[in-house]
Design a protein around this ligand. Structure first.
Ligand code: NA7
Length: 546
């Protein structure tokens, strides 16, 4: 019995695979994961659907696309040389600068030679007899790998609106995610934008600068706050560079890996004047301070949330001249910060322009897209161009678009149909040797900070397996159930769980995504790390290893 087991084990480990590891995606996390796995001496191949480096920052080249994270907290932290060499131009870099940065990283570390572009993975099938993954690309190309590492991003499966006639429009139309590389002019054009999320708000603000006439179709207004971007001077960059160690250490300590951290006071325990002064200060400062650096209870206590919402509403009213339009731009059905807060650079003032019109879809819904424009319940509009800023099938969408099959042919999409089930957002039972960098149930926030940690953890586990000749690593069903329960528990009492958004798994354009689900860990990054490190300290005994 023992002897035959040994032989069977040998057969599995000695079956040749094309790659030790395959990584899906050459974005922020995929690039770093490649760097780390190559350091282990592994033979790695990255499959990337685009023709270039950058993932989110390759695709989203729409007008106005830029960071809401401080640039100098967003860059990779792993290489002192890289930190020494790269100068950020703006506190919140635009897409072109970020794309340049990621290309610089790819060149500096010679990453391109292991990246296969124009290669969209269509299917991945686990084979028990070889303990490896079979991958098939959309063009039919096929290969095998011991480990499958997904670095597919959380907002990479773009969705068009499920409005009748979307394909019938005869002029140019773009989803912001698939923006063309060639310049697009709005001068003298009648342009429509559908969608007012973080992307729509950036796009609208930029398009309004040159457009002939702009019509914005808004289904739900957003609690947006000012970004306050600025260029980085030489002196500032020198200061940032001298403080990188502290900056990154601070990001590791905060809830969402930003430099901002919640104020320990309650919004309800301070006097009115002190509260107003604090909010005025936050509203006037750059970045996410107003969301992440606010009083500790604005996202959990209804009364505190009401107060900050009233404050932001007042600010909006001050900025929009027409009071009727201002009211349309102020959310009435959910509180500030319970959806992802878009940061804006003159968004509300756009509606003071005579050539910009806001159409409130809650009053006059879109009935159809026509060959010449958009028909609402009230009238028919003619356009030269339609821009869809209609978002993503977030977090699980990129997984659902690949036919991923684990043990006994079980489909990941089916397994997650009622919501993701994961161990640490990194592994799934029945899917051995599959590791997710920033998968569902990971903590969201300042993406690269969390992605570097996640990729390091994945690298540590693969190193552990390699050093011990282990060829099969899997989360247990009990481990996945416990982590999933914990992720759900930590979301209880947070106001965001009561609101429809991509963060709660809602996308009304996608079948099966109409019910709220807990998609991300909301216990904060320090707690997440603590839990991950306990698994390592325990010699990965919580996993099934063979
Ligand atoms: P979001 O935040 O999901 O926003 C999508 C927007 O498109 C939002 O205003 C939607 O309205 C609107 N939308 C979607 N479908 C329709 C239809 N069918 N009709 C009218 N309006 C529609 O995506 P973003 O790309 O802006 O941002 C995603 C994240 O990327 C962002 O949070 C950052 O982290 C980066 P709704 O609110 O659903 O009523």
């Amino acid at each position: 019995m023992v002897a035959s087991q040994t032989i069977a084990h040998k057969a599995q480990t000695e079956t040749p695979v094309d790659f030790d590891a395959v990584i899906i995606g050459a974005g922020v996390s995929g690039l770093y994961q490649l760097y780390r796995l190559r350091e282990l001496g592994l033979k790695v191949r990255v499959f990337e659907a685009g023709t270039g480096i950058g993932g989110t920052w390759y695709w989203n080249r729409y007008p106005g696309a830029r960071f809401d994270s401080e640039s100098w907290t967003y860059g990779y932290s792993f290489s002192q040389e890289l930190l020494d060499e790269w100068d950020w131009e703006e506190h919140f870099a635009g897409q072109p600068e970020t794309e340049r940065y990621l290309n610089y990283v790819a060149d500096k570390f010679d990453l391109r030679r292991d990246i296969q572009f124009k290669s969209r993975v269509a299917a991945a099938q686990y084979r028990e007899n070889t303990r490896s993954w079979d991958l098939t690309l959309e063009d039919g190309w096929h290969c095998t790998a011991r480990f499958l590492v997904t670095a597919v991003g959380v907002l990479s499966a773009a969705t068009l609106p499920n409005i009748v006639g979307v394909k019938s429009f005869e002029g140019p139309s773009f989803h912001t995610h698939y923006w063309p590389k060639e310049p697009v002019s709005f001068v003298g054009k009648r342009v429509a934008v559908i969608g007012t999320g973080a992307t729509g708000i950036q796009t609208i603000t930029e398009v309004a600068k040159t457009v002939g006439h702009l019509t914005v179709f808004q289904r739900t207004p957003q609690w947006a706050a000012p970004l306050h971007n600025a260029r980085i001077t030489q002196e500032e960059m020198t200061h940032i560079r001298a403080n990188y160690a502290d900056i990154f250490a601070r990001c590791q300590d905060t809830f969402g890996c930003f430099i901002h951290t919640a104020d320990p006071r309650s919004a309800l325990e301070v006097g009115v004047q002190e509260r107003e002064a604090f909010w005025e200060k936050l509203y006037g400062e750059p970045g996410f301070g107003i969301w992440m650096g606010n009083f500790r209870d604005i996202l959990v206590d209804r009364q505190a949330n009401r107060l900050i919402s009233d404050f932001i509403a007042r600010k909006t009213r001050e900025r929009v001249r027409d009071p009727v339009v201002a009211e349309k731009l102020i959310p009435k059905t959910y509180g500030f910060g319970t959806r992802r807060v878009p940061l804006e650079s003159g968004y509300f003032e756009v509606y003071n322009q005579p050539n910009v019109e806001l159409v409130d879809l809650s009053e006059t819904p879109i009935e159809r897209i026509t060959p010449t424009g958009i028909k609402t319940s009230a009238c028919e509009y003619e356009f030269d161009m339609i821009i869809y800023a209609t978002g993503f099938d977030a977090i699980t969408g990129a997984f659902d678009r690949i036919d991923i099959r684990g043990v006994d042919n079980v489909s990941l999409k089916d397994k997650w149909k009622d919501g993701p089930q994961t161990f640490l957002g990194i592994m799934v039972d029945d899917f051995p040797n599959m590791l997710m960098v920033m998968g569902p149930h990971a903590g969201l926030g300042n993406f690269p900070r969390a992605a570097e940690y996640s990729a390091d953890w994945v690298t540590g586990l693969i190193r552990f397996a390699r050093d011990r000749n282990l060829t099969r690593i899997e989360a247990t069903a009990a481990g996945c159930a416990a982590w999933t329960d914990h992720v759900i528990e930590t979301s209880e009492g947070l106001l965001f769980t009561e609101v429809d958004s991509w963060m709660t798994g809602i996308n009304r354009n996608v079948e099966g995504k109409q019910v709220r689900r807990i998609m991300r860990y909301s216990g904060g990054h320090p707690k997440f790390r603590e839990r991950c490190e306990a698994v390592v300290a325990d010699g990965y005994q919580e996993l099934a290893l063979a």
